[in-house]
Ligand binder design. Structure first.
Ligand SMILES: [Zn+2]
Ligand SMILES: [Zn+2]
Length: 345
C-alpha cells in the first residue's frame, strides 16, 4: 500500500510506492531505450487489452466492445499505480511526520494502437484527438473533490522515466497540491494582484516583442525557450489568448495545440537526435473551497494561464542542482531557440 509522507524540513510531500518496484521497467534496466520490442508482450498493443485494468475511456469504433481491439486512443488505470482511488483518504501523523493514505488516481493514456508511432509522428487529426481525450479525463477527475491536483505528463525514453516504449502519457490525481505548483500559483497570483494582469500573458508579450527565444508560433499558440531555462532546450508552449484551464480549451484550440506541439517535438528530435524528454501540463487545479481560506481561488480565472512544459533530458541532475534547486544550463536559451528554429522539419 502506498502512502504520501510529508517532509517537515523541505515542506514537501513524497509518495512512497514500494509496489511500483515490481513494474516492468525494473527488469529492463539494461534493455534498449528507443525500441518497442515484440507486440505480443506489450500491454498497450491491440489484442493485449486484457493485460491492463479495464479501460476508463476509449475512442473506438462504435461496433467494438470495451477492452477489445478497434480503439484509436485508450485510457486505463495504471497496473502499477503510485496511488489508488479505492484507498480511503485518511490523514494522520506519526510523531513529527504527517502521512496521508495512498489515495489518488493514476491513469495511462495510450495514444495510438500503432507500435511504430510516437507523438511526433501521429497525424494532426489523431494528436488533436489525444488532447481532446486528455481534456475529457482531466475534466472527469476534477469532479472528485478529494483530488487537489491533476497532473498530466509524458515520459519518453528510459532516461526520462518511461517504462514502456509504446506511445503513452500519464495522469496522476493527488489529494494535495505539490510544492512546485503551489509556488507557481502564488507567483501568478502575486503578479496579478500587483499589476492586474496575467504573468504568462505579460511574458508572451515580452517574448513576442523580443523574438529571440521563439521556437514556433501560430495564430493561437506560442512555443518558446524560457528566458531562465534550467535545462538546455527546455520549451514552453502557451495559448496566446488568456485561459487558466486546459479543460476549457475548445476542440478547435486543441487541434491548433496539436499542430504546435508536433512541430516543436519534431524540431527537438531533429536538433537533439531523438532525445528522451518529459512533457508536463501546467493547468489550473480544481478550484474547490479551502477550509479556513475563503476566496482562495477568487482570481484564479484571471491570474493563472495554462501551458505545456517540454523538457529534453540531455543532462543529469547532479549534486549542485539537488542541493540548491539551482540549475547550471550550458546552452544559452537564445542559442537553443535559434537552433530549433533553423532546422527543416
Ligand atoms: Zn505496444
Ligand atoms: Zn494569461
Amino acid at each position: 500500500m502506498s502512502e504520501l509522507r510529508y517532509d517537515p524540513i523541505r515542506k514537501s510531500w513524497v509518495i512512497i510506492a514500494a509496489e511500483r518496484s515490481l513494474r516492468p521497467s525494473d527488469h529492463l534496466r539494461s534493455g534498449p531505450v528507443h525500441e518497442h520490442g515484440p507486440t505480443g508482450s506489450c500491454p498497450f498493443c491491440p489484442g493485449n487489452e486484457k493485460s491492463t485494468p479495464p479501460e476508463t475511456y476509449a475512442l473506438r469504433k462504435p461496433e467494438t466492445l470495451p477492452d477489445t481491439p478497434g480503439w484509436q486512443i485508450r485510457v486505463v488505470p495504471n497496473k502499477f499505480p503510485a496511488l489508488d482511488q479505492s484507498v480511503p483518504l485518511q490523514r494522520s501523523n506519526n510523531g513529527l511526520y504527517d502521512v496521508t493514505s495512498g489515495f489518488g488516481v493514476h491513469e495511462v493514456l495510450v495514444e495510438t494502437p500503432d507500435a511504430d508511432r510516437q507523438m511526433d509522428t501521429l497525424s494532426l487529426r489523431h494528436l488533436g484527438d489525444v488532447f481532446i481525450a486528455l481534456r475529457g479525463r482531466i475534466e472527469a477527475l476534477k469532479m472528485d473533490r478529494r483530488l487537489h491536483y491533476i497532473m498530466a505528463f509524458k515520459n519518453y525514453g528510459r532516461e526520462a522515466g518511461a517504462s514502456l516504449f509504446h506511445s503513452h502519457s500519464q495522469i496522476i490525481g493527488i489529494p494535495v497540491i505539490p510544492n512546485l505548483i503551489s509556488a507557481e500559483l502564488a507567483s501568478f497570483r502575486e503578479h496579478f494582484r500587483a499589476v492586474k494582469s496575467c504573468l504568462m500573458c505579460d511574458i508572451i508579450s515580452q517574448e513576442a516583442a523580443d523574438i529571440r527565444r521563439i521556437v514556433a508560433e501560430s495564430k493561437e499558440f506560442i512555443s518558446f525557450v524560457p528566458y531562465s531555462s534550467g535545462l538546455p532546450f527546455e520549451v514552453r508552449i502557451a495559448p496566446k489568448a488568456h485561459s487558466h484551464d486546459f479543460v476549457s480549451a475548445t476542440d478547435t484550440v486543441l487541434r491548433s495545440f496539436a499542430r504546435i506541439v508536433r512541430e516543436t517535438l519534431r524540431r527537438l528530435k531533429k536538433v537533439l537526435d531523438d532525445p528522451p524528454y518529459n512533457f508536463v501540463l501546467h493547468t489550473s487545479p480544481p478550484a474547490h473551497d479551502r477550509a479556513g481560506k475563503p476566496g482562495f481561488w477568487k482570481s484564479i480565472e484571471q491570474d493563472y494561464h495554462w501551458y505545456l512544459e517540454l523538457v529534453p533530458r540531455t543532462t543529469m541532475i547532479a549534486g549542485f542542482e539537488w542541493g540548491t534547486g539551482f540549475y547550471i544550463n550550458t546552452t544559452r536559451p537564445e542559442d537553443a531557440a535559434a537552433l530549433l528554429r533553423s532546422v527543416d522539419i
